[in-house]
Write a protein that binds this ligand. Sequence first.
Ligand SMILES: [Zn+2]
Length: 318
Amino acid sequence: MKYAKSCAITLIVALLLCPWGRAGAEGGFIKWVDFNATAEVMNRCYELDVKSVKEKVHYNFVDLLAYLAMKNGNKFSYKRDLKNLNALIEKLDGGITMAEICGGNKYYKYYHEAYSSIFAEYIGFYRIEETGEVGYGLKAYFPLARGFWYSGSDDFGNSRTYGFKRVHLGHDMFGAIGTPVIAVEGGIVTELGWNRFGGWRIGIRSLDGLRYYYYAHLRKDKPYAEGLEKGKRVEGGQVIGYLGVTGYSFKENRNMKTRPHLHFGLQLIFDPSQEDGPGEIWINVYQLVRFLSKNKAAVKKDDNGGYFSCNLKKGINL
Ligand SMILES: [Zn+2]
């Protein structure tokens, strides 16, 4: 009995420590993701991907990032990662494939699946309808419009005390009240309205169902973009609302006593059991937001005191 108990404890501890802690035989979906890649490393992998898109050997962003996480044990450091990256590129240029380099590696497989689910729709071919321009690159957008100031720090996991003790599962993006909030990627609006923590907020689920984006504390009185409704589809880059400081109240339309900011969060959902409750996976988006800052949506004023986006990149298959 005692032995069985200690075995059970060992197993639980092993599962908790194990980064690819999956359900194994009973389903095999990812249970946890610590997203630690830095913007600098993402930028380098991105440059290599974009630069090589028409070359004989195309370096894939997710492949490169997963390889680095496998090599560095999910502890990113630019200098060392760059060294590993250069060595990998040399092998790929020499005709060795990713499958040959890390095909059977369980860490590579885990990171590849995790990053594939984060970046599924982020990089690819796109068309800008107004100009007809076709290109290849980042299609996902920074959560605030171009031309508006923003400041923030890596505040994921900080403790906060309203209601009950919870950790901070997102990134606070400080800015001016009324700054247009931009959909990072397209999807279906699944949450809209008041929430006692988030105030006026919007939840958008990606079309493949893997990502849930949460935008909270929107502007008092006029939080949302015209025509936004629960169940409706939005496009990446679209203006969805306006930065404000609402929330932390059971009563609707109340401002908090803090600086105006957008709370931006990203949840990964590999299985319906992770939609709600203790199985939820929220990743640290601070470095992701820094990476996305290279693609900010340009906006113009409309006739109702709001803003709309222009020259948006829409994903296409080539
Ligand atoms: Zn926040």
